[in-house]
Design a protein around this ligand. Sequence first.
Ligand SMILES: [Zn+2]
Length: 97
Amino acid sequence: MITPSSDVMSLWFIFGIICGIISGAIAWAKHRSFIAWFFAGFFFSILGVLISAIISRNEKKCPKCGEFSPYGTEKCEFCGYEFIPSESEDSKFTLNV
Ligand SMILES: [Zn+2]
């Protein structure tokens, strides 16, 4: 009979936290929720890190200067171009954590 020892459990716990921080940091760099992706990495470990690495950046391209600004911002961070708010962008922002 194989029972997981407390050592294995604490190792798994530490590994989960490390993966959570990694995937949270990747997601945060893409203007996504750190907390949501911390838990994704915590529960899915390497899988969570991989998913956070392949998700698209939560940004929109400025039609004037071509730089990327996070969704939800009203003005381009680089040239000051005012984005026209649209409903599709708002729903995309709430769906994509
Ligand atoms: Zn711009």
